[in-house]
Design a protein around this ligand. Structure first.
Ligand code: 4GX
Length: 249
């Protein structure tokens, strides 16, 4: 899969792409990611990318010309994009469903804004969608772009070595994850639940599904509206909602 990221801080984005599964997939060629310096697409001596807002007010606005020139160059050198994402707190909030949808595309361009914002003509004519990673204000679109490349890239077949771990992910099943334990079986007086040491794989699977459901009810009940539950899970859900699940861990 191909990604092009346009930013005024290419070194920040490169650093974020170097580590972990994304870094490895880049080296192996499974992910073809090019980071573009927006200033390379300016034509003035001082490589200016921003200007004052028409109508006045605080802060600066990213000028349209360098962004249009960058996307034109990406199209010419790297082929047409299936989606051009503009990182923005005014965008739709990015979810795992978006990650799945984007992972089916061949070529995604990500535009990282800075300052008070980006000239509206970029949103209207260059971006195919505006994406937010959550309701808080960042100082630029670079971290959101890294978040999206990570969430999408790891869904590309082969990027995460163990396909089963992607399948098992929280959100793939629409629920939060169950608790995880590793050795030692007792640590600082806290024992690992016996069922996990029992070797009884049917019981372990059941315990994990029940714990995932319990956590979701307690922490993110709104996820239950769309989570696909089987008959047994719906029964557990009624039990939790009635009596809390005291004792019956
Ligand atoms: N999820 N920011 C973008 C500049 C900006 C403002 C308006 C376009 C339109 C953010 C977020 C985020 C801060 C990145 C403002 N660009 N982006 N930047 N949350 O807060 O995506």
């Amino acid at each position: 899969m191909r990604f092009d990221i346009v930013t005024i801080f290419p070194e920040m984005v490169e650093n974020g792409l170097a580590a972990g599964v994304v870094g490895r997939a880049r080296q192996s060629g499974l992910l073809d990611i090019v980071v573009h310096n927006l200033r390379d697409f300016t034509i003035d001596r001082h490589r200016v990318v921003d200007d004052v807002p028409f109508g006045g007010g605080p802060g600066m606005v990213l000028k349209p010309e360098p962004l249009f020139a960058a996307v034109d160059e990406i199209r010419a050198q790297r082929g047409p994009a299936d989606a051009v994402l503009m990182m923005s707190p005014a965008g739709r909030v990015f979810t795992q469903a978006d990650a799945r949808r984007l992972a089916r595309l061949q070529h995604v361009v990500l535009l990282c804004g800075r300052y008070e914002g980006v000239d509206e003509r970029v949103r209207e004519q260059l971006a195919s969608e505006e994406v937010s990673i959550g309701d808080y204000v960042l100082s630029g679109g670079e971290l959101p772009a890294l978040v999206i490349v990570d969430a999408v890239g790891r869904l590309v077949p082969g990027v995460v070595g163990d396909e089963q771990s992607v399948e098992a992910d929280s959100f793939t099943r629409g629920l939060l994850d169950h608790p995880h334990y590793t050795r030692p079986a007792e640590y600082r007086g806290q024992r690992v639940p016996d069922v996990l040491l029992s070797g009884h794989h049917g019981e372990i699977r059941k315990w994990r599904r029940r714990q995932a459901l319990k956590r979701t009810v307690e922490r993110r009940p709104e996820l239950l509206a769309t989570a696909p539950l089987d008959d047994e899970e719906r029964k557990w859900l009624r039990d939790f909602q009635r009596g809390g699940d005291e004792g019956s861990e």
